[in-house]
Design a protein around this ligand. Structure first.
Ligand code: NIG
Ligand code: FE
Length: 409
C-alpha cells in the first residue's frame, strides 16, 4: 500500500451523493476533511480515507508520502468541449469587439460553417495531432475527464471521421484522462445540401451508424435561430434516443426558443448555455433531473449576457460548469479561468463552483456513479492533487498556471 499522509485539505464531495444535493452550499456539503490521509492499495484503488488522526497503524512495508501543502479534489471534469477542429477564427474576436453579434458573424460567413470548411481542408492526421496537443493542455490543468463533441464535419463521412478521431484519442489517453464522446452533427446546416436532406441523413443514416459502431455515447443539437428549430431538434433527439444515445442540447445561448422544454421532456442529461433562459424554464429544470451546464468563458467572450446561475441554483437547478472550448465562442481551454469567471460574474460561492466542476459535471455526463467524488473503492487516478496549502487559492490565483502535483495519482 501507499499512504498519502497529512493532505492539508481533502474534498470528497461525497455528501452530494449521500444526501442527493443539487449543489453544494457549505464546506460540509463538499465533504471537507482537513489534514486527511488516503490509503491506496497495490491495484491503485483507494482502500481507506479519513482524518490523519484516525489513521490505523501503518503496515510494515507501507510507502508513506507526505502531502502537507496539498489540496485534493475529485478529478476535474470538463464536460463540454469542441476539441476537434482545424484552423482558427481570430478575426471574429475583433469583430465581436467592434460590436458584431455572434449570430451576425455567422450570417456573414464566419462562425461554425467557416470552421467546418477549415476542418474539411485539414488532414485526418493533422486533426488528430492538434487534438492530442489540446488534450495534453487539459491534462496539465488537472482535468481527469473530458467530453469531446464532433460537429465541424457536417456530412456523413466527415462526422464519422471526427468521431473516429475522438475514439482514437480515447485509446491514446486512456491511462491519463477519460473521454466521453458526443455526436453533434446537428451543430449547423451545411451549405452544400438542403436542410431537409441533411436532417434526413442525420436522423436516418448517421445516428444509426454512430450507434451501431458505438462511436458516441451522447447526441447533442444546437437549438437556435438560423440553426435548429425546436421541431428539427426533436427529430434529431428522438432519433438519437431511439438508437440508444443519451441526449444533450445547446439551448438558449442567444435566443430562448423552447429547447429546454424539449430536452427535459425527452429526458436529456444536460442542457448547455442557458444564457437567455426564461423564468418558467428555470422551474422546468428545477423539477427535472437534467443538469444545466453553464459556460462562463463563452459569456465572457461573447459579451451578450450571463446565465442567471445564482437564481437557477437557488431555484433548485443542478448546475455544472465547463469550458465550451471551441474556435469561435470560447477559444480557451482554461477550465479554472472559466470557473473563476463564473464565480465572480455569476456571484457563486466556492462551494457551488467546486460541486459544479466535479460531482455535478459527472451528473452532466451521467457518470455520477463513477466520477466526481473521492470514495473508497475508486481508482486513485480519479483524484486531482493541487499544491495549494490554502484551499481558497483555487479561486484566488486568476488564470495563473495550475500547480498540479504529478505522481502516481
Ligand atoms: O457552444 N453554439 C454552438 N456551438 C459552440 C460554438 C461553436 C463555434 O462558434 O464554432 C458553442 O458556443
Ligand atoms: Fe458548445
Amino acid at each position: 500500500v501507499i499512504i498519502y499522509k497529512n493532505i492539508s485539505h481533502l474534498f470528497t464531495l461525497l455528501p452530494m451523493k449521500e444526501r442527493s444535493l443539487k449543489n453544494a452550499a457549505t464546506l460540509e456539503d463538499c465533504g471537507y476533511i482537513p489534514d486527511a490521509s488516503v490509503w491506496v492499495d497495490d491495484s491503485g484503488t483507494i482502500s481507506w480515507l479519513g482524518p490523519s488522526s484516525a489513521l490505523k497503524p501503518l503496515p510494515p512495508h507501507a510507502q508513506v508520502i507526505a502531502c502537507q501543502g496539498e489540496t485534493w479534489i475529485p478529478g476535474l471534469i470538463d464536460g463540454h468541449t469542441h476539441m476537434v477542429f482545424g484552423g482558427q477564427r481570430s478575426l471574429e474576436m475583433m469583430q465581436k469587439r467592434s460590436g458584431v453579434s455572434y449570430l451576425n458573424i455567422a450570417k456573414q460567413g464566419g462562425g461554425i460553417l467557416s470552421t467546418v470548411q477549415m476542418t474539411r481542408e485539414t488532414s485526418r492526421d493533422e486533426l488528430f495531432d492538434l487534438a492530442c496537443q489540446r488534450v495534453e493542455t487539459s491534462i496539465r490543468q488537472g482535468i481527469k475527464h473530458l467530453e469531446i463533441k464532433s460537429g465541424y464535419g457536417l456530412s456523413f463521412k466527415t462526422e464519422l471521421m471526427l468521431l473516429k478521431i475522438i475514439r482514437d484519442l480515447k485509446l491514446q489517453f486512456e491511462d491519463r484522462v477519460g473521454i466521453s464522446t458526443t455526436c453533434l452533427a446537428a451543430h449547423a446546416f451545411p451549405k452544400d445540401v438542403s436542410s431537409d436532406t441533411y436532417l434526413k441523413m442525420v436522423t436516418e443514416e448517421l445516428i444509426p451508424e454512430v450507434a451501431s459502431l458505438r462511436l458516441a455515447e451522447f447526441c447533442d443539437v444546437f437549438v437556435e435561430q438560423n440553426f435548429f428549430s425546436v421541431s428539427q431538434a426533436r427529430n434529431v433527439l428522438e432519433a438519437a434516443r431511439h438508437n440508444g444515445l443519451k441526449l444533450k442540447a445547446h439551448v438558449d445561448e442567444c435566443t430562448s426558443l423552447g429547447g429546454i422544454g424539449l430536452a427535459v421532456e425527452l429526458g436529456a442529461v444536460s442542457v448547455d448555455h442557458c444564457i437567455a433562459i426564461q423564468p418558467s424554464d428555470v422551474k422546468v429544470l428545477a423539477n427535472s433531473n437534467t443538469t444545466a451546464v453553464l459556460l462562463p468563458m463563452t459569456s465572457f467572450v461573447l459579451q451578450e449576457g450571463y446565465a442567471p446561475a445564482k437564481n437557477m441554483i437557488e431555484s433548485g437547478v443542478r448546475v455544472a460548469l465547463a469550458s465550451d472550448f471551441n474556435p469561435g465562442s470560447s477559444p480557451s481551454q482554461n477550465l479554472w479561468l472559466a470557473a473563476q469567471i463564473g464565480m465572480i460574474q455569476y456571484g457563486l460561492s466556492p462551494y457551488q463552483v467546486l460541486s459544479a466542476l466535479t460531482y455535478n459535471a459527472a451528473c452532466s455526463l451521467a457518470k455520477e456513479q463513477k466520477l466526481g467524488m473521492i470514495e473508497v473503492g475508486m481508482p486513485a487516478q480519479q483524484v486531482t492533487r493541487l499544491a495549494y496549502g490554502d484551499w481558497q487559492e483555487m479561486f484566488y490565483w486568476i488564470g495563473q498556471p495550475i500547480p498540479v502535483v504529478e505522481g502516481k495519482i
